[in-house]
Design a protein around this ligand. Structure first.
Ligand code: BGC
Ligand code: ZN
Length: 366
């Protein structure tokens, strides 16, 4: 029998909307009963959203709680399963999805990433505790089983799912016409930009990445090893990309900077698509060349769309592309993991450094 009443675990929590409030908390270890499984967390990826939450710009505690356990990208191992958890056994590797449905029709159809009512929650972000602790409980509908061969980089599945959705949706949108894309631009060379480049190269496109990292950066070397080009926006500003390259069929905006998003609009080529993936929690305003953008959008049938989160279908696509990417560029996904930080140093993990691509907080060795 588990000592359910006294057993506690360590987790990292913030007070939402208060800057630098990340701290260690002690919480009861959840139990695995009925249709829930108990997950032991191995490692948690940190992204821009975590940094924004710890800067007091974003995030919401669960109802009735004054803190939020952060972390929404976790690789875990199943510790125990309730009697109503088919398909999983102790020892399975799992990455859980982030968003939990409300009662809108899309959420009820399994597409909470297309939520209509906005009452969804997101684990570690909005109204539900996340994964940055020793354990969490989950139901099978949100658990994605990871083949053991993907263990070294499976923690990247959540960010990968973001670009899986972005590209899948773009191609879906383009079913509106005859579209044979050959050239793509990726703005930003963080994890989303690089993972997006991998997917676009796997689709056979010529890819040009424009980013801020210095010319001798790891980001640049990784991008070039994928057979894509890398330019620094210092000498190749976003506003000149279309003139530089000619027709651009697809642009993936992965900087999270809203100014770049608007600068990207007039860069998309005829019949092209721009996908925005950045969450900008501030309230900055800019001046834009409205006539030019409007005219080009109309005359060139251009589309700009936003894409958030990912339902489990996109996590499953990610598993497939992990395999394909690993075959074509062995070791590519591990190269994105640039920093591993032990649990006690979680504050350092939440700091973003220019050379970081993906920082992991290590919770348990195995
Ligand atoms: C997460 C998404 C989430 C979005 C907005 C991203 O960092 O990966 O799951 O929907 O933030 O909260
Ligand atoms: Zn909904």
């Amino acid at each position: 029998m588990a000592k359910a009443v006294t057993a506690t675990m360590r987790a990292v929590a913030v007070t939402p909307m208060r800057a630098s409030s990340a701290r260690q908390v002690e919480l009861p270890i959840p139990t695995a009963t009925g249709n829930t499984a108990l997950m032991r967390v191995l490692e948690v990826g940190i992204d821009g959203t975590d940094t924004e939450i710890n800067s007091g710009l974003y995030g919401e505690a669960p109802p009735g709680s004054d803190f939020l356990v952060i972390g929404h990208e976790a690789l875990s191992v199943v510790e125990a399963v309730g009697e109503g958890v088919p398909g999983f056994t102790a020892g399975d590797l799992v990455v859980s999805t982030v968003r939990r449905p409300d009662d809108c029709p899309n959420c009820q159809a399994g597409e909470s990433d297309m939520c209509l009512f906005g009452r969804y929650t997101e684990r570690g972000i909005k109204g539900a505790h996340g994964y940055m602790g020793e354990y969490y409980a989950e139901t099978p509908a949100f658990m994605v089983k990871i083949p053991p061969a993907l263990r070294p980089f499976a923690v990247l599945l959540e960010p990968l799912s973001i670009v899986e959705k972005a590209t899948f949706q773009a191609w879906k949108i383009q079913e509106r016409m005859l579209w044979e894309p050959t050239r793509a631009v990726v703005l930003g060379a963080g994890q989303i930009g690089i993972l997006g480049t991998i997917l676009l190269r796997l689709r056979g496109l010529e890819v040009h990445v424009y980013a801020k990292s210095p010319p001798d950066s790891l980001q640049r070397r990784i991008v070039e090893s994928l057979g894509a080009t890398y330019e620094s926006v210092d000498d190749h500003p976003v506003l000149g990309i279309r003139e530089e390259l000619g027709q651009i069929d697809f642009i993936l905006e992965a900087t999270g900077n809203s100014t770049v998003a608007f600068e990207a609009m007039p860069q998309v080529g005829t019949n092209g698509v721009l996908c925005l993936t950045g969450v900008s929690a501030g309230n900055r305003s800019i001046e834009i060349p409205a006539d030019v953008i409007n005219l080009q959008m109309v005359l060139g049938n251009r589309v700009a769309f936003g894409s958030v989160n990912a339902n489990r279908r996109y996590f499953e696509m990610g598993l497939e592309h992990f395999q394909q990417g690993q075959l074509r560029w062995p070791g590519i996904f591990q190269r994105l993991i640039t920093r591993r930080v032990p649990f006690d140093d979680f504050t350092a993990a939440l700091d973003r450094r220019p050379e970081d691509i993906k920082t992991l907080l290590t919770i348990a060795a195995e």
